[in-house]
Design a binder for this molecule. Structure first.
Ligand code: CDT
Length: 315
């Protein structure tokens, strides 16, 4: 028996500040056509897929950043993407900056089914960066200025015949992200990212180091929860700032089954057999048999590091 979802990880090359939504959507449609030609039935695009990674730009007046946000989904500029997906019978997921009717701002992603219906929404929980302009940094990372933390948790949806969840960029570095979905039986996690190739606070860190941490996080999340993970970059030189590539698909045993080796628009297609998740979930990561929640209290009681709990024996 097998349950195959043929996934296309649709990497976007750089999007410049001056590029219009229409230009980007045309590129996304071209990727979708390439994915369909390779037999994909689910295409996954990066975080904030419709624009440049704008949190690198400081606006003293936060409202001046609102033009980067979508107040309707689909809206007039994104409708052609939904139309093409429906025409091709392609499920999709992509990230965008969401401005709600109440005026709230989130870094969001959606699952869209083959009929063009939005089946699920996720709002990024782990927002990296800072709130105020930091002149010490070579580049700003102002996600904490422009977004509020997601308020929807980490839901998993019945989608494409399996159990599918979403995460966004920095979320992939946190084991809690995957475990909360793992506890819902997740079989496929899709996530997009925009990751600067340099760490402005750690000049000795190389791009290779940063790609290592990316792979380490995604592979660990996949293995420890016995799930497929599809991680999709926006890559290359955006507005004079470089984002690394490394778009990849990790199997439920943690191994990478494919990775793009460039920083341009391109698709990585893989037939993911969701039944490959079963072995790990029934053996070493059979949570019901092996987890010991009585010892995990600190994970939700503490946010930051506190005093050690160890005492001398007999005390
Ligand atoms: N977009 C995003 O979340 N990027 C972060 C960069 C961290 S450096 C402030 C990431 O974790 O890849």
């Amino acid at each position: 028996m097998s349950r195959i979802v043929t996934v296309a990880a649709a990497q976007l090359g750089p999007i410049q500040r001056a590029d219009s939504r229409g230009q980007v959507v045309a590129r996304m449609i071209a990727l979708m056509e390439a994915a369909a030609a390779q037999g994909a039935d689910f295409i996954v695009y990066p975080e904030l897929a419709l624009t440049t990674f704008f949190p690198r730009w400081y606006h003293e007046d936060r409202a001046a950043a609102d033009h980067w946000f979508e107040s309707r989904m689909p809206g007039p500029e994104t409708q052609p993407l939904f139309d093409k997906a429906k025409q091709l019978g392609m499920a999709m997921s992509f990230g965008y900056a969401e401005l709600t009717p109440e005026g709230r701002h989130f870094n969001s992603s959606i699952l869209v089914d083959r009929s063009g219906r939005i089946a699920g929404k996720y709002r990024k929980v782990h927002l990296p960066g800072h709130v105020e302009l930091d002149p010490e940094r070579t580049h700003q990372h102002l996600e904490k200025r422009y977004f509020e933390p997601g308020d929807l948790g980490f839901p998993v949806w019945e989608f494409e015949g399996g159990l599918v969840g979403m995460a966004i960029c920095n979320d992939r570095r946190w084991p809690e992200t995957y475990r909360v979905m793992g506890l819902q039986g997740v079989e496929l996690v899709v996530l997009g990212y925009n990751t600067p190739s340099a760490n402005s606070q750690s000049p000795n860190e190389t791009t290779a180091d940063r790609l290592f941490h990316h792979r380490l996080s995604v592979q660990a999340g996949a293995y420890q929860n016995s799930t497929w993970v599809v991680a999709v970059a926006k890559a290359g030189d955006e507005d004079g700032h470089h984002l690394f590539g490394g778009t990849l698909i990790a199997a439920p045993d943690g191994k990478i089954v494919g990775e793009l080796d460039h920083e341009e628009d391109g698709v990585l297609v893989h037939a993911c057999d969701l039944d490959e998740t079963r072995f790990g979930k029934a053996t070493i990561f059979d949570f019901a048999r092996h987890r010991r929640v009585e010892h995990y209290g600190l994970i939700t009681e503490r946010t930051g590091v506190g005093a050690p709990l160890g005492k001398p024996e007999g005390a």
